[in-house]
Design a protein around this ligand. Structure first.
Ligand code: SF4
Ligand code: SF4
Length: 441
């Protein structure tokens, strides 16, 4: 079944500038006929293209607040990255109280669930070393999709736990049912998330067979709605229920610090994450116990749905942590109840880069791609609308493009028709030969 991505293209705004094709870590974007398209099987919802598009033609779509009207009782699950978005804020309770003013009936902090997950992880460490090292954090859905697609050999390294927002949703719904006596379908549970990949994860979980969230709102949308009630609150009830450890998950390094181990590596930014996964695949980091990998710069505070720059948001979070207890939540469930934090489905390999289901046919296509690529200039200029000459060769062999989409192949044909060098004039200036270059016959 096709994934329901939250990253979408508005082709009316797209001018075909090709800025986006090279930033995509999975080469999922093509531009043809002056319009970009996203290959849905390849998109990991990292949001890189949203950040780079100069014409705002790519966006991520979260849910609209009108969905709250479908439920009798609505619970907000704010991610801790939300707390770092506000200037001159010294009390998290102001945000939590203001959420009750904009239509929610209850707030359950994702930082609280993160703190419980950290305690669970520490208990696992105390009970013995993991079977496979290094263990890879399961907290970034973009990284999980990347591993399933490009690094399937590493799927066994991924921690068994669900996302903090998913644990928060399960616990919040239980609490709301007990408090109100309402059946689960009358309670709406919504995450307030920093990035596109968490919107997608709310619709389709990486680790659970069923969705536990009823929707996800972008931090930037909720931010605007919160500003006025935050200014005019008369009473601020104490609501905050997480400590430094839970809030720390908002930025890269927080999850590692909460494990209290020293052989942890924290990596942020999708390209750094890819490099690190390549090293792990090659066995070049045998001494690490744990890898915290965040697709966004500085972790969740750098998500494409945030308002503040990630460094400022991280600084603000740090100052909000001052005076907070280190931790307020333990993971105390026993027996089968402990499984609430575990995935109930295994990560499945996504065969996106498989050229054909039939092995012989796939091999044949691979050889044809290599053959065509060897006749391409290797400039990766993007003028064919693909991010690299290899991706273009693949597109031609898979029927997604014509070889005439390559301006160099067209020039080759014109040269042989005209029988002279003037065909170089048809190339854009960066690719024309200099006077001093030897003429290639
Ligand atoms: S960056 Fe991509 S989506 Fe945006 S206008 Fe250029 S081609 Fe279109
Ligand atoms: S969201 Fe990321 S993976 Fe998807 S098309 Fe954009 S850059 Fe590529």
């Amino acid at each position: 079944m096709a994934m329901r991505h939250s990253v979408v293209l508005d082709s009316r705004r797209c001018r075909g500038c090709t800025s986006c094709i090279k930033c995509c870590p999975t080469e999922a974007i093509r531009v043809r006929g002056r319009k970009a398209t996203i290959l849905p099987d390849r998109c990991i919802d990292c949001g890189e293209c949203i950040r780079i598009c100069p014409h705002k033609a790519i966006k991520s779509v979260g849910d609209g607040l009108d969905v709250l009207t479908r439920y009798e009782y609505c619970v907000a699950l704010p991610e801790p990255a939300l707390y770092g978005q506000f200037h001159n804020l010294d009390n998290i309770d102001i945000i939590l109280n203001a959420l009750l003013e904009i239509g929610f009936h209850k707030v359950f902090e994702v930082a609280k669930a993160a703190e419980m997950l950290s305690d669970f992880e520490r208990q696992c460490i105390c009970s013995g070393p993991p079977e496979v090292t290094p263990q890879i954090s399961s907290s970034c859905p973009t990284v999980l999709r990347l591993i399933r697609m490009r690094f399937p050999k590493l799927m066994g390294h991924v921690a068994c736990t669900i996302l903090p927002m998913e644990l928060a949703a399960i616990l919040a719904r239980r609490e709301a049912m007990e408090e109100t006596g309402l059946p689960p379908e009358k309670i709406g549970v919504f995450a307030i998330v920093p990035c596109s990949s968490k919107v997608t994860a709310a619709r389709e979980s990486e680790g659970l067979n069923h969705t536990v969230l009823d929707g996800a709102f972008a931090i930037r949308d909720i931010y605007l709605r919160l500003l006025s009630p935050m200014k005019h609150l008369e009473n601020v009830e104490p609501m905050s229920s997480a400590g430094i450890i839970g809030m720390g998950w908002a930025s890269c390094g927080g999850e590692s610090a909460a494990r209290l181990g020293n052989r942890c590596v924290s990596v942020d930014g999708i390209n750094n994450v890819i490099r690190m996964l390549e090293e792990i695949e090659d066995g070049r980091l045998p001494e690490a116990d744990f890898l915290e990998l965040s697709a966004c710069t500085q972790g969740c505070v750098g998500g494409c749905f945030t308002v503040e720059n990630p460094y400022a948001a991280k600084m603000r979070l740090k100052s909000l942590m001052k005076g907070q207890p280190v931790s307020r939540n333990r993971f105390q469930l026993q027996g089968e109840a402990r499984d609430v934090v575990r995935r109930d489905k295994e990560l499945q390999y996504l065969p996106t880069f498989v050229l054909d289901q039939d092995l012989g046919a796939a091999l044949n296509k691979q050889l044809r791609i290599q053959e065509l690529e060897s006749h391409l200039p290797g400039l990766h200029c993007g003028s064919c609308g693909a991010p690299s000459c290899h991706a273009f060769a693949e597109d031609v062999i898979l029927g997604r493009a014509s070889v005439d989409d390559c301006i160099f192949k067209v020039r080759e044909r014109m040269r042989s028709m005209a029988g002279k060098e003037e065909a170089d004039d048809y190339l854009p200036p960066p690719f024309r030969r200099c006077q001093s270059d030897p003429v290639k016959k």
